[in-house]
Design a protein around this ligand. Structure first.
Ligand SMILES: Cc1cc2nc3c(=O)[nH]c(=O)nc-3n(C[C@H](O)[C@H](O)[C@H](O)COP(=O)(O)OP(=O)(O)OC[C@H]3O[C@@H](n4cnc5c(N)ncnc54)[C@H](O)[C@@H]3O)c2cc1C
Length: 421
């Protein structure tokens, strides 16, 4: 992944951090050095707790260092679909807005230069999608979320130079950034507050202990009063019961060579990021150095194809005929953890291990807030945790063996819906 991603090509090379060896004792052990785990580590270390982060590979190896960089305020579904009462919907919506503020507050106060660019355009591929976006717009206004505006077909060209959309909804509070720069910045900040990050340290087992938990890697153990597992789509059997609630879906990204400024200006005049109202959607934006970073083609069988560029290019050229034959400089893929409900799942196992997963493609900002809420729960402040934990969740039907084939069938149905007028 490090060899093929635009993100890794655009940050300075780093020395790996040390793996765990021997025994450590801390207040909080965090499994996974993505945005969720690092956010919890930063928050807890800033409050004076001793923190160890254990990462199988390296900081940013998972979705946090690979994602599309789109900051889309809110959740993957609208609050009305949470299956909760109105007060809980409003409370969760506030936490999602706080997630955006938290990201900005951190990148500014910690001095993380991560190519922030405001503006998020939700495009409508069909006329019926315009009606759904108008309903969503109304719902947001009802929640007191101001500033979004509906865009009719004639106005689309102000945001995106593509012939394929019927209109959209513009959100000035959204935008995009370089997610790896932000993730690496959070890791540095957590360390500056005293947290220790171990790389090349896959956690094999977590045992309950009279004083809390013992977290085992092949070369060492960490005794911790509290343990938080933040391994999301890259989970591999550590909390097997929890993994039944998420499905790791593969999604692919390509990035062109830098484009001529005049062409870049035509493709997204506002430089906003764009996603689509389809079930299987494209998402894209211009990078700071004028490349088109284009994500699309989700594989619900979890597989990343060998030739990612060949897989994504037709989708990019459909949206932007102007990019026909454009040179693709980088191509990579990654896994998104989705839940059946498309809302994140937050909770505690019977042994008291905290976990958070299933941001369903919308974790760039939410993961930071969830990480913060987990640290607050460890510090005895439960309100945010309790609100997230209210979100109802069901395991994927079919158990571990059949959830994938059943979901593939389900997605064929949704793909058909996308293709119908
Ligand atoms: C290609 C792609 C595009 C996306 N685009 C967007 C987007 O544009 N906008 C958006 O909001 N969201 C997007 N997402 C989703 C978003 O990136 C995630 O929701 C978010 O990064 C989740 O962060 P995390 O820290 O929970 O998980 P991750 O970043 O995946 O981190 C989990 C970490 O846990 C480690 N780990 C796993 N098991 C163990 C173990 N046993 N021991 C130690 N470590 C372990 C992994 O190595 C990994 O580094 C995208 C995701 C992908 C893959």
């Amino acid at each position: 992944m490090q060899e093929t991603s635009y993100y890794w090509a655009s940050v300075p090379k780093r020395e790996p951090r040390k793996p765990l060896s021997g025994a450590e004792q801390v207040d909080l052990a965090v499994v996974g050095a993505g945005l969720t785990g690092l956010s919890a580590a930063l928050e807890a270390a800033s409050a004076g707790l001793s923190v160890a982060v254990l990462e199988s590979e390296y900081v940013g190896f998972g979705a946090s260092g690979r994602n599309g960089g789109l900051l889309c305020p809110g959740f993957a579904v609208s609050p009305g679909d949470f299956g909760l009462d109105q007060d809980s919907q409003a409370g969760l919506w506030r936490l999602a807005c706080d997630a955006v503020d938290l990201l900005h507050q951190r990148r500014q106060s910690l001095g993380i230069d991560c190519d922030w660019q405001p503006g998020y355009f939700m495009s409508a591929g069909k006329t019926s999608h315009m009606r759904e976006l108008a309903d969503y717009h109304e719902e947001l206004e009802g929640l007191g979320y101001r500033g979004t505006q509906m865009v009719e077909r004639a106005g689309v060209q102000d945001y995106v130079g593509s012939p394929v959309y019927k209109g959209g909804l513009f959100d000035p509070h959204g935008g995009h950034l370089h997610p790896l720069k932000y993730t690496l910045g959070l890791a540095d900040a957590a360390e500056a507050q005293g947290a220790t990050i171990f790389e090349g340290a896959p956690v094999q087992r977590i045992d309950a202990d009279s004083a809390g938990h013992v977290v085992h890697t092949a070369q060492g153990q960490v005794r911790a009063r509290h343990c938080f597992v933040a391994n999301n789509a890259y989970a591999s059997g550590l909390l097997p019961q929890q993994e039944l609630y998420i499905l790791p879906v593969a999604t692919l990204i390509v990035c062109t060579e830098p484009l001529e400024p005049a062409l870049a200006q035509v493709l997204t005049p506002s430089r906003a990021c764009v996603d689509e109202s389809y079930n299987i959607l494209n998402y894209y934006h211009l990078t700071a150095d004028n490349r088109m970073l284009f994500g699309g083609r989700s594989n619900y069988n979890g597989r990343i194809p060998a030739d990612i560029a060949a897989s994504v290019r037709p989708r990019m050229e459909h949206v932007f005929p102007q990019l026909k034959g454009a040179k693709i400089a980088h191509a990579w893929g990654g896994h998104v953890a989705i839940t059946l409900e498309r809302t994140p799942q937050v909770g505690r196992t019977q042994d008291g291990v905290l976990f958070a997963q299933g941001f369903s493609g919308q974790g760039l900002a939410l993961s930071g807030q969830v990480g913060k809420v987990m640290a607050q729960a460890v510090l005895g402040e439960q309100a945010g945790f309790d609100l997230f934990a209210k979100l109802p969740h069901k395991a994927f039907p079919g158990g571990k063996a059949l959830r994938m084939p059943l979901q593939v069938l389900g997605m064929l149905y949704y793909r058909l819906q996308d293709l119908l007028p």
